[in-house]
Ligand binder design. Structure first.
Ligand code: UGA
Length: 443
């Protein structure tokens, strides 16, 4: 099949490469010249395990190309074209609502090239109601051209695996039965590879498909804030949230995943998606249904403040004249994404309170330097920790979990370690003479 992918960020670049790997002929479009120049040379413009190899293979096959020129998505005369919309929907400045201007621009750029029978497929996370509005624009401009909503559930760090082997595929289809059948047939052809693995397919109307994505992210955020709320109670009661999470996770109805207590969630999705969801529910008059998400957000933001307070506490009440080393800048391991990074937020707060802060990260330092130029960065763990009064583990990269506490003990000034992700072995660190503190665990 011939496919186009509008937007080549985390979602679009991975989607384009995976679709070409499935055997389709794919053209990726983005307005960012630097990103497209990298992709044209089969270089991944961001850190994502497995993506460089996939880009190389797909580019060499001749099935994958990239351009900044949207006119190149033009229709092929012999078969319908499927156009994916994979652009971002960031939080609007000063508001909770999502900014859908890039989705609108992508659809407007496609419209002049659509023919009857073509299918536009939205993958971006959008406020419910967006698909119906866009479908109206498309069918008015090009009768017979269609829209489907096919939300994406990939996680950064596992994006290739999640796209190649999704847990489920959701098709939000047009209300007209004939168009719905046509759109479904095209999508089944696109996803023939995962469908051959018996991946469940859920078909629905547009609004349900849009809401499946938002609800999934809201549930994940709630699960994390739930365990972090338990961490607050554990701290107050002298209990251990890690043991508690393991124990409740054995109940199959609860499950062990996404019960990692610590510094909470960040990134380009969960924080802005729950806020956009609340804003949209408000517009629909259903704001009461989601007031709990305000609490989910508040618990999450409180974790960052608690981490700063804990660091100040182990330094006897003041950061002045103290050196604080932060392990991790990315919002999570296996990513160089620093959008709404809890680690950088904590680092910046501590610096503002007078400490010398040194940040290290295996992948995200270039991005961190660009956005937070006032912090001090070091590539090597040992250099970053040299003379530190306290070491904060804020992103649980495997490199940090593998640190030998006995070795690091000789480098720092004071042996204080704060485990913001409950990722270290308290016993090993304490045995090596460290004061180990964590969120939600006893001293
Ligand atoms: C999230 C969802 O997991 C994906 O399913 C979804 O497709 C994606 O958003 C999206 O909307 O595009 P992602 O933002 O890549 O994916 O990251 P997650 O793995 O969900 O982690 C989010 C944050 O939660 C990270 O900061 C992580 O450190 C934190 N987290 C995760 C915890 O604090 N505890 C946990 O137990 C798990």
């Amino acid at each position: 099949m011939r496919l186009s992918v509008m937007g080549c960020g985390y979602l679009g670049a991975v989607h384009a490469a995976c679709m070409a790997d499935f055997g389709h002929e794919v053209i990726g479009v983005d307005v960012d010249e630097r990103k497209i120049a990298d992709l044209q040379q089969a270089k991944a413009p961001f850190f994502e395990p497995g993506l460089p190899e996939l880009l190389k293979r797909a580019t060499e096959s001749g099935r994958l190309s990239f351009t900044t020129d949207a006119t190149q998505v033009a229709h092929t005369p012999d078969a319908p074209t499927v156009h994916f919309v994979c652009v971002g929907t960031p939080q609007r400045a000063g508001e909770f609502a999502a900014d859908t201007r890039y989705v609108d621009a992508a659809v407007q750029a496609l419209i002049p090239h659509l023919q009857p029978g073509d299918l536009v497929v939205g993958k971006s996370t959008v406020p419910v109601g967006t698909a119906a509005r866009l479908a109206g624009l498309i069918s008015e401009a090009v009768p017979g051209a269609m829209l489907a909503w096919n939300p994406e559930f990939l996680r950064e760090g596992f994006a290739v695996q999640d796209t190649q082997h999704p847990d489920r595929i959701v098709y939000g289809l047009p209300s007209d039965p004939e168009q719905a059948a046509q759109a479904k047939a095209l999508l089944d052809q696109v996803y023939a590879s995962p469908l051959s693995e018996n991946t469940p397919v859920i078909t629905s109307d547009y609004a349900t498909a849009e809401l499946v994505k938002t609800a999934a992210n809201a549930f994940l955020a709630t699960k994390i804030s739930f365990i972090n709320a338990m961490a607050e109670v554990c701290e107050a009661a002298g209990a251990d949230v890690s043991t508690l999470a393991t124990a409740i996770g054995h109940d199959e109805r609860i499950g062990p995943k996404f019960l990692g207590a610590g510094l909470g969630f960040g990134g380009g999705c969960l924080p802005k998606d729950i806020r956009a969801f609340m804003a949209r529910a408000g517009e629909l008059g259903a704001d009461q249904a989601l007031t709990f998400l305000r609490e989910v957000d508040a618990i999450n933001m409180r974790r960052r403040i608690r981490m700063v307070d804990l660091a100040r506490e182990v330094l006897q009440g003041s950061f002045l004249g103290r050196k604080v080393t932060v392990l991790g800048a990315a919002f999570k391991p296996e990513s160089d994404d620093i959008r709404d990074s809890p680690a950088l937020n904590v680092a910046a707060q501590i610096r503002l309170q007078g400490a010398e802060v040194v940040v290290t990260d295996p992948a995200a330092l270039e991005n961190a330097r660009r956005v937070w130029p006032d912090l001090h960065y070091e590539d090597k763990i040992e250099v970053a920790c040299d003379g530190a009064d306290v070491v904060l583990l804020l992103t649980e990269w495997k490199q940090y979990k593998a640190i030998d506490p006995a070795k690091l003990a000789g480098i720092v000034r004071e042996r204080n370690v704060l485990d913001g992700r409950n990722a270290l072995d308290p016993h090993a660190w304490r045995t090596a003479g460290w004061t180990y503190r964590a969120l939600g665990r006893p001293r």
